[in-house]
Design a protein around this ligand. Structure first.
Ligand code: SF4
Length: 345
């Protein structure tokens, strides 16, 4: 029996691609990469407004539906170079989709075929679905630069592409593969229905935060403020949470927008100068960067503006320094008109 390694993002396309090949009697196992930018489970688990969505890891859930083994691999440190220096540039935001695909297929190849006895790699790519990474011209680039060459099968659009080795050698029947193309999702939805899949993750424009305009602007701001294109895992986690307000290039506030976010930020408070209002409820604010003494008053005024005391003439704010010193500030909450829109990252 031939064995295929399937890249599983948690979305419908990779689920269908794996199922199509599985149906042909091929043994399929899934591979999912943790890049640090994955949308999966993060904000959905933290934010109240996302509570209606199922709190699950969609890749694991897909594997469960397919009855396949899923291997989740943390590639977050190696992935940094892809985000910082993409050879093929970015998509609409800071999403280096083409480089990312090449990287992931290459990783799958090394993991599944060089280190284990898998015969080929499969992905859920569909020609024309994404403007940059899923054009007909980019398909051969991914196959070539990843090193997978004709051992990379795209079951959902294979009929629009040159036959790969799994098809030529009869490991899979090309006639039973598909020729989907373009952004129309109806063929995939019909195929899902034919397999009896009714509940699946709706594609929301991408599988990671790098496709999100707001997130990309926060990442760009981080790079601009630090004067270098670099990040730590904690940086990119915190970009997913809270309001980011930068009054000056040397510091910014990360202010929780709701209870779930405040709880999440609590986990970071010992490593940051942080502030909270005293006497009544308000958000937690982490201060990232190197604020000067005189900046603390403005930071406290901004925080007070998001607390329940925003209409009071003055509000008490405690500033907790990383050395354990707690400083009390009594400030006038900043009025919304004094908070320039340009400070919102
Ligand atoms: S959306 Fe994100 S994870 Fe998906 S291919 Fe693009 S960069 Fe990679």
């Amino acid at each position: 029996m031939k064995k295929a390694i399937a890249l599983i993002s948690g979305g419908l396309d990779s689920m269908l691609a794996a199922k199509v090949v599985q149906e042909q009697g091929v043994h399929v196992e899934g591979l999912n990469f943790y890049t640090g930018f994955c949308v999966e489970g993060h904000t959905h688990a933290i934010r109240e407004k996302h509570r209606s969505r199922p709190r699950r890891n969609n890749a694991l859930w897909v594997a469960e539906q397919l009855g396949i083994k899923l291997h989740i691999i943390d590639v977050s440190s190696e992935y940094k170079d892809i985000v910082i220096n993409p050879k093929y540039g970015y998509g609409q935001n800071l999403n280096p989709c083409l480089d990312c695909k090449i990287f992931m297929v290459n990783k799958a190849l090394a993991w599944g075929m060089e280190e284990r006895d898998f015969d080929f790699v499969l992905t859920g790519e569909v020609i024309g679905q994404r403007p940059k990474s899923q054009r007909k011209e980019t398909m051969p680039i991914i196959a070539r630069e990843s090193g997978a060459d004709d051992l990379l099968l795209r079951p959902l659009c294979a009929k629009n592409l040159t036959p790969t080795r799994p098809e030529r050698e009869g490991w899979v029947d090309r006639a039973a593969l598909y020729g989907f193309h373009g952004r129309n999702r109806k063929p995939q939805m019909a195929l899902a229905e034919s397999f009896g899949f009714s509940d699946y993750a709706q594609p929301a424009g991408g599988c990671c935060f790098l496709t999100d305009a707001q997130y990309a602007s926060k990442l760009q701001d981080l790079w601009d403020a630090r004067g270098e294109r670099d990040y730590e895992l904690d940086d990119i986690m915190l970009l997913k949470v809270g309001r980011h307000i930068r009054p000056a290039s040397h510091y910014k506030l990360i202010v929780g927008r709701e209870e779930g976010e405040n709880r999440y930020l609590e986990g970071y408070r010992k490593r940051f100068l942080h502030m909270r209002t005293t006497g009544f409820p308000g958000p937690l604010a982490l201060i990232d960067g190197a604020p000067k003494r005189r900046d603390l008053t403005l930071a406290a005024r901004i925080l007070a503006r998001y607390s329940r005391g925003r209409t009071l003439p003055r509000v008490d704010v405690s500033a907790h320094h990383t050395d354990g010193v707690v400083e009390m500030l009594n400030v006038e909450p900043l009025s919304p008109t004094d908070l320039p829109a340009s400070w919102h990252v």
